[in-house]
Ligand binder design. Structure first.
Ligand code: ADP
Ligand code: MG
Length: 343
């Protein structure tokens, strides 16, 4: 056996990247999350060749002070939590401090930023084996631009797993759709190979919000959806659920957010399926865009590195609340005998 050695920082990051950076869409997701955590009111995403060549995310958020810039690209470096108590009630999307370090270990990354109130901007480039960062002055408005080029150029095994340009871009678009649905007050744009794909103004009124949902999920969804908004036991559920007149052959139009975080959760999926059980044919899937608001301390988001899963402290309560709310919303379309049976 070879002697035991500590992994080089770059290799350690590349291994960690295996968890968070699966494909270009994961890079886009992490960068947009950082922009949202930085309070951006506008986020522009530019993608070339399905993201394999370039993913650029520009925001008008808080920016990063020059003195923190080198650290930002390091593993386990985060400004979002400081102790275990913070983690218990974390409201930011990020907190692991892994994304930039992981991404920069498997791509050519540069980050240009100007902190709010700072007089000049700075560019940080990750380079070399030891995760050194080179800093140079660079003009930039307040906010941050991160450019990720040539993803997986140094990890050929992973690059091989990239699918076609179109498939990779579809994943990026799906991701942006989810993120744009999670923050109506933020403006988003998405370009692919210099062509505009989405351009979404901040949506502050009810009409604007419905327009955004229609533009992301299709106007047919919106025409067949009912708006719900219910509150009980400290929980609130609001959003849009499609009537059975608009169902899908795949579970591909199902968006669920917990405290504005997009999640996929079996308990939630089960509650929804139960509510639709007697109004949808077998094999058909409901379509919905739903927002659950709960006390942050009653839900654990630190279950998985991609943070798609959550764990509720009182799962039963959440399940029954979702079921009852949706069941009521669908009451008008439920066959009469079922209606009586379920009351
Ligand atoms: P995390 O988001 O888990 O903290 P990241 O590696 O994604 O870890 O980012 C590291 C740190 O860099 C963040 O905690 C934040 O302070 C800073 N940062 C990253 N992107 C941005 C951005 N777009 N605007 C402002 N700060 C950012
Ligand atoms: Mg992050």
């Amino acid at each position: 056996m070879a002697p035991i050695e500590i992994l080089s920082p770059r290799l350690a990051n590349q291994i960690a990247a295996g968890e968070v950076v699966e494909r270009p869409a994961s890079v886009a997701k992490e960068l947009v999350e950082n922009a949202l955590d930085a309070d951006a009111s506008r986020i522009d995403l530019d993608v070339e060749q399905g993201g394999a060549r370039l993913i650029r995310v520009r925001d008008d958020g808080t920016g990063i002070p020059k003195d923190d810039l080198t650290l930002a690209l390091n593993r386990h470096a985060t400004s979002k939590i400081h102790n275990l108590d913070d983690l218990e009630a974390v409201s930011s999307l990020g907190f692991r401090g892994e994304a930039l370090a992981s991404i920069s270990s498997v791509s050519r990354l540069n980050l240009t930023t100007r902190a709010r109130g700072a007089s000049e901007g700075w560019c940080a480039e990750a380079e070399g084996q030891d995760m050194q960062t080179a800093l140079s002055p660079a003009p930039h408005p307040e906010g941050t631009t991160v450019e990720v080029r040539d993803l997986f150029f140094n990890t050929p095994a992973r690059r091989k797993f990239l699918r076609t340009e179109k498939t990779e871009f579809n994943h990026i678009e799906e991701n942006i759709r989810r993120q744009a649905l999670s923050r109506f007050e933020v403006g988003f744009s998405l370009q692919h190979n210099q062509k505009a794909v989405h351009s979404l103004r901040p949506a502050t009124s009810e009409t604007d919000r419905e327009r955004r949902v229609a533009s992301l999920c299709g106007s047919r969804f919106m025409e067949n959806a009912v708006h719900i908004d219910a509150e009980a036991s400290g929980l609130r559920l609001w959003g849009w659920v499609a009537l059975p007149t608009f169902s899908r052959s795949q579970a591909d139009l199902q968006y669920f957010f917990v405290n504005r975080r997009p999640i996929r959760d079996r308990l939630v999926a089960h509650a929804v399926r139960q509510a639709y059980r007697d109004v949808l044919f077998n094999q058909r899937h409901p379509a919905f865009v739903l927002y659950l608001e709960v006390d942050p301390a009653s839900v654990d988001v630190n279950v998985h590195p991609t943070k798609h899963e959550v764990r509720f402290r009182d799962g039963r309560l959440v399940h029954d609340f979702i079921f009852r709310t949706l069941h009521r919303a669908l009451a008008d379309v439920r066959p009469d005998d079922h209606k009586r049976g379920m009351e």
